[in-house]
Design a protein around this ligand. Structure first.
Ligand code: 0O2
Ligand code: 0O2
Length: 223
């Protein structure tokens, strides 16, 4: 039977939209308390149908079991300034009543063979539909800006090489992942200093937005 993909993906679209608003809300709430804001920005996407089909084939997931076996049809990404922020965000999400964490994968303590680092959560999230409540799985990836920089570039190279990198590129990517992590570690070492400056600056200016190297305004993040 031919699947109606629009209908299948509708609850995932809803989950991604709602979760984007909620996760961006964390940023707003922190800003209002003038504490260090652990969330830099949030993005989200629903996996395109062709990627769902390719992954299902690759992982031998029958199409009638996608709901329970493909956990990243709804995907959210939370970008943070510091590694410590990632764990703070995880802690925050563990305490929430509107989603239930069902899987946690710490690819920061246990980096992937590629060099990839991020913290992954799979959550069960209820969406309200005309037919009643539908529970959907969503994957939340939490990473620093440096981890995101590396993953974005490595992912785009994947399109070119389909995961089969020439040895030299693979090695260089691994080394650059380590360099990105060193950057994160260096930043963590001077985190208190940086946060003091951010705090001071935000107070001096009357707004904390301006310090965030204007990512918020330039990149159109919702205020
Ligand atoms: P802009 O300036 O038009 O891009 P929405 O729900 O409309 O706010 P949308 O369009 O679904 O968001 O996009 P997504 O992918 O959820 O949000 C991405 C937002 O984060 C975009 O802003 C990006 O500009 C911003 N962003 C900042 N840095 C990065 C980055 O490194 N990677 C990605 N993917 N996005 C980044 P807007 O709000 O869409 O506005
Ligand atoms: P997309 O939408 O292209 O990002 P699996 O999917 O089976 O490999 P699993 O156990 O289902 O793994 O989930 P895992 O490994 O926790 O998360 C998979 C997702 O993490 C990927 O999604 C990527 O977004 C990201 N990821 C994992 N490893 C790497 C890596 O080496 N490089 C980059 N750039 N990203 C990685 P997809 O499926 O690729 O989908």
């Amino acid at each position: 039977m031919e699947r109606n993909w629009d209908q299948f993906l509708a609850p995932y679209e809803q989950a991604v939209s709602e979760l984007k608003v909620k996760l961006r809300g964390i940023r707003k709430q922190y800003r209002e308390t003038s504490q260090h804001v652990p969330v830099e920005f949030v993005t989200g996407r629903v996996k395109p149908v062709d990627s769902v089909l390719t992954k299902a084939k690759l992982r031998n997931i029958p199409l009638d079991r996608l709901e329970s076996e493909m956990s990243d049809i709804a995907g959210l990404r939370i970008m943070c300034q510091f590694v410590e922020d990632i764990y703070q965000v995880v802690q925050l999400l563990r305490g929430r009543k509107d989603m239930k964490i069902v899987i946690e994968r710490d690819y920061i303590a246990n980096k992937k063979a590629s060099g990839y680092r991020s913290y992954h959560l799979v959550v069960e999230y209820p969406v309200q539909t005309l037919e009643g409540e539908r529970m959907v799985l969503a994957e939340i990836q939490i990473r620093t800006l440096a981890m995101n920089f590396w993953a974005t570039i490595e992912h785009s190279l994947n399109y070119k090489y389909q995961g089969d990198f020439p040895e030299e590129i693979r090695e260089r990517l691994k080394r650059s992942a380590e360099a990105a992590y060193q950057l994160d570690e260096e930043m963590s070492n001077i985190r208190v200093e940086i946060q003091e400056a951010q705090h001071l600056f935000s107070h001096g200016k009357g707004t904390s937005d301006e310090f965030n190297y204007q990512t918020s305004t330039q990149w159109g993040e919702i205020k």
